[in-house]
Design a protein around this ligand. Sequence first.
Ligand SMILES: [Zn+2]
Length: 419
Amino acid sequence: MSSIQKKLMEAVDESRDYLIQLTSDLVRFNTANPPAHNTIEAQTWFATKLNELNFRTELFDVFPSEPDLVGSLSGSGGGRSIILNGHMDVAEVRPDEKWDTGPFQPVLKNGRIYGRGTDDMKGGLAACLSAIRAIQSVGVKLRGDVFLESVIGEEAGEPGTVRCLERGYKADFALIPEPSEFNICGQGGVITGWITIKSPQTIHDGARRLCIHAGGGLDGANAIEKMMKIIVALQELERHWAVVKSHPMAAPGTTTINPAVIEGGRHPAFMADECKLWVTIHFLPSEDYEKVIQDVEEYLLDVAKTDPWLRNNPPKFKWGGTSMFRDKGEVFPPADIDPNHPAVKILAKAHKVATGAEPPISCLPSVTDSGWFAKAGIPVVIYGPGSLKRAHIVNEYVEVGELVTAAKTIALTVADWCS
Ligand SMILES: [Zn+2]
């Protein structure tokens, strides 16, 4: 361990109270999503905390009065840059959840901070600030730029991170301190989609026999029954994918197709003239969602050709979306991970310096905004304090020790990568 590394870790240890306070202050803002529309106070306040560390800050609306916040810290030049990205929104709190203490009244107990967002992922955001604070207090001069992004909307697949990229915030590496149990992670992707079967005519229940029995002569169909064929086809495709698709870091069978929601029919007096299926598709870190949905559509349209009615009334598709709640759809692109990328090696080394252990490199069994960086060609990893097992749950918590470790490894990583 170098003397700079030692000083950085001591500085983080000395900032323990700052880290606890910052995490708790962030949790006090109710930024639950849904209902969303509630991040502006938190973002504006967090901007002042960035300003205290000499970040130039920019707030810009993703949705009206729901801004992203980006803090920029210019390096002296000639160094590699980094984006530290986290989301300010937190998982919803349902009225029936029985918390021991209020979800937005953080409590420090037995070395843990309890509250919604402590684990996912206001603790991670706070750790980033604590890391930069340590770098500044030790006097490490950074040559590359540091960007700290506090985005909105991640919990609902909204384009917080996308807007930062569109606004031109790019770097040589991005780190997202989502709860990963200090695994260095890539991720598979997710896309939701609506599959709709619609009949051109609305047929009365009394005419059903004309559609299904000999000599009826009416070429009509019940959209719900036709959707049954689509569901069976999706199951067969899912099984085929499980057999033929694999990735060294993704669990076998990752590529699932879940028929999540079904809506159809209008009244018992009619044949169902429309049926809509909402599906959730997971795919591998190495796949593009454009190709995945193309494969699904081609397969289902081929299946439709084997049915005399579906041949003439094929299913229609609507994929993705910019919000699970506002737009009923989302897409999270995947982020493959290169264990030999220099930034990954620096992060792994930093983790070892801070903890004495080698961090596992794996695939997060969930999705984050990391895929948007990958799609923009920016190498990215997920690495952070806490655990997915504690995200979105009643009595969510993060351990203070985990936050301190995260701040140390991030400080070591930024100091190494950017200087
Ligand atoms: Zn998260």
